[in-house]
Design a protein around this ligand. Sequence first.
Ligand SMILES: [Zn+2]
Length: 295
Amino acid sequence: MPAERKPIVMQTKKTNIIYENWKVYSLHNKLMFRCNEKKANWYLKRNLAKLIPGERTIQLTFEAKGNGHKEGDYMVEERINTCVACNATELLTMHHVVPEMYRRAMPLSIKSKSSRDILLLCKQCHHLYEDKATQLKKELMKQYDCPLEGKGWINSAEKRQVRKAATALLRFEDKIPQQRRDELILVVKEYYDRHENQNEPISYDDDGRIMAWKTILEQYSRLEDVYRGPDFIDHGTCVIRQLMEKGKITSEDGKQERWPELENFIKLWRQHFLDHLEPKYLSASWTVNGEIYNH
Ligand SMILES: [Zn+2]
């Protein structure tokens, strides 16, 4: 089995401004949300917004669907570019409160709404918390019977035997005793007969040697004996699928869907983050019950 992958902590440049804090106002002068310069320019280029000079502010030129975030909501607040746990201003990294392995398996109406759950942590605090997060993942692994390395690996003794035989023949053919060599050749040939195109038999050259032999050995020496089978499912998808199967609520007009168990799962991670890191510099308006969906 492949070793469990260590979480990758992306390091940003010291001078990098992560929150660019552009303000987006509605037609009716209501502060709707914050965004970065790239997104602000996206609106401006399409004439969907006009620039309010002097500040990092744009105003939409169309009637926006929905009303943006509530007044005082975390998403309209000015963000500070420091670690939410220790207030450090250097070696800042983006932390996904709900780990990506789970979020990417969620419906679009949730995963497209991820910015609330991406917080700034310095490298040190990030590592500190990742240890705790790994413990929670291991608990979830037991609870849902979803191994962290995924489910549905195929461990093929046949392929392993062929790979070893091909490797030995490639490296030490001259040194192997005749009888053993014949056995190894037989292992490779039998595998070839079982798996390769029977209309293209191994051909022999003038000296009676098999022409494609070396190519076959090279190919077989790279055979993978542990690999993902057709039913392979990664840990995150395995957990999220089970949660979604526990029930869905559809709005009366049929346009909006909610998954109560996914909501609980996201809140579980938010609470876990607060409990274990006690982030003193996180805005008080960032709460466990903050919005989850994009509708
Ligand atoms: Zn920190």
